[in-house]
Ligand binder design. Structure first.
Ligand SMILES: NC(=O)c1ccc[n+]([C@@H]2O[C@H](COP(=O)([O-])OP(=O)(O)OC[C@H]3O[C@@H](n4cnc5c(N)ncnc54)[C@H](O)[C@@H]3O)[C@@H](O)[C@H]2O)c1
Ligand SMILES: CC(C)[C@H](C(=O)O)[C@@H](O)C(=O)O
Ligand SMILES: [Mg+2]
Length: 372
């Protein structure tokens, strides 16, 4: 298959982890005989520095004409520490999501069996964790009208949703639940927020068309607690933009590190693949960032284009690296391996995959190798 991929590495550790996703995709390309092209473009703080715009027109145009976008991370402390800055790196990411119509952000949370002891939670709590968050990505409080009074003492952000925005992602989430364990949990704050009550009404109505899926509801504060208390109760979580942002960072540490959690953002015509973590500025240039979230985002890209065997090969290679202890310091403070070592190990395992391709994965203790 030929794929034209826009590569938006961004800021901080973005370029370091995205480089390993590219190395992985190049290994897949060679091993399975595909043709992937990568075209780089600016986004985030580096784009502000170079062009005064966090999403230059040519970057957006490239993304629109590409088959998919591979995204690193954006963000820089000079903006984080300046609440008065009018132009900000995050605006580039948000505009990109909106312009590409990426309304559904899919964030799978699965425990790698060999990492169970790396989790801050006890083994008996996290065993069996395997859920996926469907986070609405182009609406809600992120995109509602903003207000700041002239004297700078009063501010507001409007949280606004339409039935249409809720129903299109709800259908995707119900379909996902149907293909998994048949459970969908809507996370909202319907005891307080009008917008959440609209979510409940619309999702409940849509649920009637999916009789094989059990729908339940959790208030977001309770959901935040349940995620830690009993994460294996969840199958598909459907939620609005900001709640999804928050609970996915929380969910990521169940498996040991946010550096493991990938995501796919999809719309009608476009798709983008990015780790859920940010630019981790403290780690920039140190070769310590975990590239696995970025590499698994590349696996989600392959899966999205129906390259199932290829996606599985990536997940298997990642699983093997974790099993062998070829990991970055977030998973093992004494590790001698850097971001690039982990990426190269994974890529070389895809290239030499004869030694484990086709083997019964259970026999070699890798468990299930699908990503979602
Ligand atoms: N999608 C994105 O590009 C994105 C996402 C979140 C935050 N941000 C931006 O990133 C900047 C920093 O934000 P933050 O510190 O709140 O979040 P962050 O995700 O960058 O880092 C938070 C913590 O998570 C850990 N971490 C993150 N990525 C890791 C990796 N690959 N390997 C190992 N550990 C990792 C580190 O302990 C780090 O201190 C901000 O400017 C923020 O706006 C961007
Ligand atoms: C950087 C920020 C705009 C972004 C978000 O809040 O969506 C990030 O936290 C994420 O999870 O992708
Ligand atoms: Mg986030």
């Amino acid at each position: 298959m030929k794929l034209k991929i826009a590569l938006l590495a961004g800021d901080g550790i973005g370029p370091e982890v995205a480089a390993q996703a590219v190395t992985t995709l190049q290994a897949v390309e060679e091993t399975f005989g595909h043709e992937f092209s990568f075209t780089e473009a600016l986004v985030g703080a580096i784009a502000i520095d170079k062009q005064g715009d966090p999403l230059p027109d040519e970057t957006l145009a490239l993304c629109k004409e590409s088959d998919a976008v591979l995204f690193g991370a954006i963000g820089h402390p000079k903006f984080d520490n300046d609440p008065t800055a009018k132009v900000r790196p995050e605006q580039g990411l948000l505009k990109l999501r909106k312009e590409l119509g990426l309304f559904s952000n899919i964030r799978p949370v699965k425990i790698f069996p060999t990492l169970i002891e790396k989790s801050p939670l006890r083994e008996e709590r996290i065993t069996g964790t395997d859920f996926v968050i469907y986070r609405e990505l182009t609406g809600g409080i992120y995109f509602g009208e903003k207000f700041l009074s002239e004297d700078g003492t009063v501010a507001s952000d409007l949280c606004i949703y339409s039935e249409e925005e809720i129903s299109r992602i709800a259908h995707l989430a119900f379909k996902a639940a149907k293909g998994r364990r048949g459970k969908l949990t809507l996370v909202d704050k319907a005891n307080v927020l009008e917008s959440s009550r609209l979510w409940r009404k619309v999702v409940t109505r849509i649920g009637e068309s999916y009789p094989e899926v059990t729908l339940d509801y959790l208030f977001v504060d309770n959901a935040a607690m349940q995620l830690i208390l009993n994460p294996s109760q969840f199958d598909v979580i459907l939620t609005e933009n900001m709640f999804g942002d928050i609970i996915s960072d929380e969910g990521s540490i169940i498996g040991g590190s946010i550096g493991l959690l990938p995501s796919a953002s999809v719309g009608e015509d476009s798709s983008m693949f990015e780790p859920i973590h940010g630019s981790y500025p403290q780690a920039t240039g140190k070769n310590i960032a975990n590239p696995v979230a970025s590499i698994l985002s590349a696996a989600m890209l392959l899966d999205h284009f129906e390259l199932k065997e290829e996606a599985e090969a990536v997940v298997r290679a990642v699983t093997l690296s974790l099993k062998k202890g070829i990991v970055t310091p977030d998973l093992d403070p004494n590790s001698k391996y850097g971001t690039d070592d982990v990426g190269h190990y994974i890529a070389s395992n895809i290239r030499d995959s004869d030694d484990f391709r086709g083997l019964n994965q259970e026999n070699i203790g890798l468990g299930k190798s699908t990503i979602i």
